[in-house]
Write a protein that binds this ligand. Structure first.
Ligand SMILES: [Zn+2]
Length: 313
């Protein structure tokens, strides 16, 4: 299996978070080491209310991942977890600018991740992986985003394979990041953009106009027939994360459009988004797609082919 869209901080082993927190004297809560409490902090409940409740599950993971060593360990373990279920090709993403609370620069954090990638790959023969560095939507981080692009350039082909834009799409529309992605293009960095998840089809159009080669989620594209035709004609992969979309209520009261998008010939791919936060795996996502939409093994194989074609690595 091939996975294009998985966030490092949302995919940590709970037992590792506990260890990392203990080692760094991070107090979890009143009963900090109780495993059930910890699971509740890292994984959304079955009746997850909205995106805010979803995002709260990243607080603790980010708190423990503030050194190159811990980032390295997390990448290594994630690769082991993926390989264990047969995901032998994957692109792992994280935002180096969110790991600087202890003073480490984006370059040092990325070095840690590259080391983890190398170690994890060495432990899992046949595994191929790359890192996607996320720029963040926000109001006062233009410099940090530009530093992310510089960092990605420095490691491109040496562990890093692309950049991304993540964060609150509805609050900070994609249209505001034209200059940033002009820089990415100038630097020769391939990129995907989270778009059409919390915001509409226009967000996807903007991402495509900037030169995005893939779209993170993109499920809202279904509202715009012209956009759907464009995505299909240009073989733009959508990194669809079904469970995550249900939990964050990305489609509101509307049914999830994955079947419709696939039947229109759009290159839909299967992804977890966040293994721990969403409490899922690639195996589980494929099972749910079979159960909820009647996707056949043959159709899942087509999606796997789309993912292979869409790889940046
Ligand atoms: Zn994502």
């Amino acid at each position: 299996m091939t996975e294009l869209h998985v966030h490092l901080d949302g995919s940590l082993r709970p037992e590792s978070v506990r260890e990392m927190a203990e080692e760094q004297h991070i107090l979890l809560e009143a009963d900090p080491l109780h495993p059930e409490t910890l699971a509740g902090m890292l994984t959304v409940p079955a009746d997850c209310r909205d995106l805010n409740q979803y995002l709260a599950c990243f607080d603790l993971p980010l708190q423990v991942l503030q050194t190159p060593e811990y980032v390295s360990r997390a990448v290594k373990e994630l690769i082991q977890d993926m390989a264990a279920e047969g995901v032998m090709q994957a692109e792992i993403r994280f935002a180096p600018q969110l790991h600087g609370a202890k003073g480490y620069g984006q370059k040092e954090i990325t070095e840690g991740a590259v080391r983890g990638l190398r170690e994890g790959t060495a432990l899992c023969p046949g595994f191929r992986g790359g890192l996607i560095l996320c720029c963040m939507r926000g109001s006062d981080n233009q410099k940090a985003n530009e530093e992310t692009l510089q960092t990605a350039s420095a490691f491109l082909g040496g562990g890093v394979c692309a950049v991304d834009l993540a964060g609150a799409e509805a609050l900070y529309p994609t249209s505001g990041y034209e200059a940033l992605f002009a820089l990415a293009r100038k630097a020769g960095l391939p990129f995907t953009i989270h778009a059409g998840e919390a915001d509409g089809a226009k967000s996807v159009w903007d991402a495509l106009r900037f030169g995005a080669e893939r779209i993170g989620h993109g499920v809202r594209s279904v509202d715009d027939p012209a956009l759907c035709r464009y995505l299909a004609d240009h073989r733009i992969p959508l990194e669809v994360c079904y469970t995550s979309n249900l939990q964050t209520k990305a489609m509101g009261a509307e049914p999830h459009p994955i079947r419709k998008l696939f039947d229109m010939g759009i290159h839909v791919t299967v992804n977890t988004d966040n293994r721990t936060v969403s409490h899922t795996t690639m195996t589980e996502e494929r099972r749910l797609l079979q159960k909820d939409f009647g996707f056949t093994e043959k159709e899942l194989a087509v999606m796997e082919e789309y993912a292979r074609e869409g790889c940046f690595i």
